[in-house]
Design a protein around this ligand. Structure first.
Ligand code: MN
Length: 264
């Protein structure tokens, strides 16, 4: 059964993620060209990038903790995960609870072309060469299965950029951090949904992801307050003489934001 693992992990009454219709699988499987690819930046218990290649009606998927690198010397660990439905490829939004709870941003999308006639054989061999034509990622790449190291029982692969006109030292995740769908950042995606969704139990509580999420929730609440209320609450914090002027990128904490900071 295609997508069995994907479906097992999710409750489609509770997640906005697509359930994967058999029709879409068939339609996509019948295509012979223009294979879709995407990278979704996913802030869940950890920040990672989900790299997906359309193949036979589904999206082959790898979770890349550090995201793709344009530098051929920088090999990025890519954990092979379950196939995703084709419709998942343009998903962007908030997963309020359950598996993968967090925020998904469509970070890049485009088409891919395998540099082999037999993708299944290449996957089996653990060496898939291909070209990408996305907004951010282009040119020649390879996914290679590691010989056991990296853990994960044969699920660890490396995503490596080949040297070509699209390779270089530019840190693409830093340089181009935003969505190719909405042009926004995580806080904009959250603000468009329900920023107060995680006031009691948020998906990532500790570590870097927890801190990042906390800041994003604060920004999203401030954004939402600014767009949905005719008068944003002007309840400024008491000016304290020692306080430095607010950094330009940080919104002043509103009443709502400070209550959102408290954990139940
Ligand atoms: Mn993910």
């Amino acid at each position: 059964m295609p997508l069995e693992k994907y479906k097992q992990k999710r409750n489609f009454q509770k997640t906005p993620e697509p359930a994967g219709s058999p029709d879409a699988v068939r339609k996509s499987a019948a295509k012979t060209s223009d294979r879709f690819f995407c990278v979704q930046k996913h802030l869940a218990s950890h920040l990672h990038y989900d790299f997906r290649l359309e193949h036979k009606g589904v999206l082959l998927s790898w979770a890349v903790p550090k995201g793709p690198s344009l530098d051929p010397k920088t090999k990025r660990l890519a954990m092979h995960v379950e196939d995703h439905p084709f419709e998942y490829g343009t998903f962007e939004g908030v997963i309020p609870e359950g598996y993968g709870a967090g925020i998904v941003m469509l970070w890049d999308q485009g088409t891919w072309t395998p540099q082999t006639h037999d993708v299944d054989a290449a996957l089996k061999k653990g060496d898939l060469k291909f070209t990408l034509d996305g907004y951010k990622l282009k040119g020649s790449w390879v996914l290679v299965r590691t010989g056991g190291w990296g853990g994960g029982g044969g699920r660890s692969w490396l995503l490596i950029k080949h040297r070509d006109e699209w390779s270089g030292e530019l840190d693409i995740t830093e340089f181009a951090p935003l969505s190719v769908k909405s042009a926004g950042d995580f806080e904009n995606i959250l603000a468009a949904d329900k920023p107060d969704i995680w006031q009691s139990h948020r998906p990532a509580k500790g570590g870097d992801a927890g801190k990042m999420l906390e800041a994003i929730i604060r920004k999203a609440v401030a954004l939402k307050a600014g767009t949905t209320e005719t008068k944003a609450p002007e309840t400024k914090a008491k000016p304290s003489p020692a306080k430095k002027p607010a950094a330009p990128r940080k919104a002043a904490p509103s009443k709502k934001a400070s209550s959102a900071k408290k954990r139940s």
